[in-house]
Design a protein around this ligand. Structure first.
Ligand code: 6PG
Length: 469
């Protein structure tokens, strides 16, 4: 191809970068990529679909030179200092009006700093969340761009073409001002952590409480995925139970995986930022805390030897499975409610103007937390764009009213059996507190005033009061 003729450039050709670039090329755009590791460039070219225009550049300078102006350059590199170093490498090569997109899971505060840094240089910068893992990147992710509106307009056509589609609508939309793209993706991941925690607790109840085999759990999750609970996370959970271990005889892989969950930080950031806002997201907090606790394997083994908890088997399998279904359904709605209420608060508090109706709409396809529930939420936000909490929507109220008794029952059974259901319990606790017209914190105010003269408000008079207790 001639000089200045490529539509889109990608820096970082790991699985995500490569797959997204191949997706872009499959959609008729000419795509060029660069990675310091030349083998990744070779892999990009060898994986390209026949007839598409895909090139691996030998240097960053070559890639920039081959892009059409204004240059659209996206990076998919690990979050943190590498993003800054790539930006610094790009600055001397770019011209005013060019566009840099950070498509990684960057912390939104870093994104704000980068927006500020690039503003004077007249280079457009867009923080953008991309969800859907490797397959999503290749065949249709959910894309969450935010910030520079000019940059969004310039890449809209490409992003709409490559994104997942639901009812032919693209799963990409402008997520708001400043660092809104990365903020929305952060909260997406917080919800992801919370739902995964809930599913793992249901798995624990099935495995240790009901003594179910992997085949039986597969059948139950596969069935759940056909109904109201349909979601990507339920679907992959069903599949996971069937996977054989390649390294041993007659074992399922899931049983050979060590019970220590890793994390890259987005769940923790969600919790930290929720506390700063402040907004209450207890199931996300618990999900982070439990991943952390899982890493204390040796201590847990020692504590188990000391306390010797005996798991009491559960009876009435059919009934409990239905309760698990309904209970997980209720708790999952409550996780979304927490995350979405956080976005509602952040939208005004951090002046990002996040369009919640578009957030839930583009989460219906491509992303890790896509589920049938998001169709219901999309309708809810279409009716009321300013809904501060999805639990205030009538349809959602009716769903949670129908299913929360099962959540309570499951928690009772699990606690009696000594199976930890901290995430499920946090969800019902949130629901009960959120739907309490009266909370017991009048007593906390009394205590604070007694020991520290922190003052309190009264229910019968305006003003601030203090009492010599
Ligand atoms: C996605 C995922 C993706 C990544 C998570 C994993 O939306 O495609 O969320 O971004 O797999 O960040 O996060 P942890 O490693 O922290 O679990």
């Amino acid at each position: 191809m001639a000089n200045n003729s490529f539509d889109f450039g990608m820096i970082g050709l790991g699985t995500m970068g490569r797959n997204l670039l191949l997706n872009i090329a499959d959609n008729g755009f000419s795509a060029i990529g660069f990675d310091r590791d030349a083998t990744k460039g070779q892999l990009l070219e060898s994986s390209a679909t026949k007839g598409t225009t895909v090139k691996s550049a030998s240097s960053l300078a070559e890639m920039i030179q081959l892009l059409k102006a204004p240059r659209k350059v996206m990076m998919l590199v690990p979050a943190g200092p590498i993003v800054d170093s790539v930006i610094n490498d790009l600055i001397p090569l770019l011209q005013p009006g060019d566009i840099i997109i950070d498509g990684g899971n960057s912390h939104y505060i870093d994104t704000l700093k980068r927006i500020d840094f690039l503003k004077d240089k007249k280079i457009h910068f867009m923080g953008m969340g991309v969800s859907g893992g490797e397959k999503g990147a290749r065949f249709g992710p959910s894309i969450m761009p935010g910030g520079d509106i000019e940059a969004w307009k310039a890449v809209k056509q490409i992003l709409e073409a490559v994104s997942a589609k639901v009812n032919s609508e693209p799963c990409v939309a402008y997520m708001g001002k400043a660092a809104a793209g990365h903020y929305v993706k952060m909260v997406h991941n917080g919800i992801e952590y919370a739902i995964m925690q809930l599913i793992s607790e249901v798995y624990d109840v099935m495995k240790r409480g009901l003594n179910m085999s992997n085949d039986e759990m597969h059948a139950v999750f596969a069935k759940w995925n056909q109904g109201a609970m349909q979601s990507y996370l339920i679907e992959i959970t069903a599949d996971i139970f069937l996977k054989q271990d390649d390294l041993t005889e007659n074992n399922r892989l899931v049983d050979m995986i060590l019970d220590k969950a890793g994390s890259k930080g987005t769940g923790k950031w969600t919790s930290q930022d929720a506390m700063d806002l402040p907004v209450s997201v207890p199931t996300i907090d618990i999900a982070v805390a439990l991943r952390d606790l899982s890493s204390y394997k040796d201590e847990r083994v020692a504590a188990a030897a000391l306390f010797q908890p005996v798991i009491k088997p559960m009876k009435n399998e059919e009934k409990v499975i239905q309760q698990l279904h309904d209970g997980l359904y209720a708790a999952t709605i409550i996780c979304y409610a927490q995350g979405l209420s956080m976005l509602a608060k952040a939208s005004t508090e951090l002046k990002m103007d996040i369009p919640l109706k578009d957030v839930v709409r583009i989460w219906r396809g491509g992303c890790i937390i896509r589920s049938a529930l998001l169709e219901i939420f999309t309708k809810a936000y279409k009716k009321d764009k300013t809904l501060s909490n999805i639990l205030l929507n009538k349809k959602v109220v009716s769903l949670v009213k129908k299913s929360n008794a099962s959540l309570r029952k499951v928690i009772q059974l699990a606690v009696a059996s000594k199976i930890p259901v901290t995430g499920l319990s946090s969800a019902i606790g949130y629901l009960d507190a959120y739907t309490s017209a009266q909370m017991p914190v009048n007593l906390i105010q009394a205590q604070r005033d007694l020991f520290g003269a922190h003052t309190y408000q009264r229910i019968d008079k305006e003003g601030i009061f203090h009492t010599e207790w």
